[in-house]
Design a protein around this ligand. Sequence first.
Ligand code: FES
Ligand code: FES
Length: 165
Amino acid sequence: MSTTLNVNGQARTVDADPATPLLYVLRDDLQLNGAKFGCGLGQCGSCTVMVDGHAVLSCITPLSAVGARAVKTIEGLGTVDKPGVLQAAFIAEQAAQCGYCIAGMVMRAQALLERTPAPTDAQIREHMNINLCRCGTHMRILRAVRRASDNLKSASTSPEGQRHG
Ligand code: FES
Ligand code: FES
């Protein structure tokens, strides 16, 4: 069955069973391979993407539940040459070992910062708690989210940031 999704601001039409997990559609039909298959059971967070501003586990989200809502994946945040704020912060903190969990971590953090740009450390910890890192990079990941939030704050209070609203 043909379905049109809104992914990273673009209309993308796929031919897939409505019960297909969003993760499979992103990876197999749209070649957006940032989100990863970890457990397939909603227990690890490596498949996290955003739907209408909320972090969702795409391995347990059927295509039929997405509809026309805006899907954002890590590919929508930036590029290798022009990384987004969170991506740059993860690089600066060297917040990855194997990297398998990182796209999910970044997207969960993105959902937090879009709603709560200046979270407390406790809010960051609570929000990120769902996503697991088997390499034990959690402390660096938390520092990267803190750094991204601080960078957003200084950008919004700098004369340059204020000019651009
Ligand atoms: S792969 Fe989706 S939660 Fe683990
Ligand atoms: S960096 Fe390896 S699972 Fe997180």
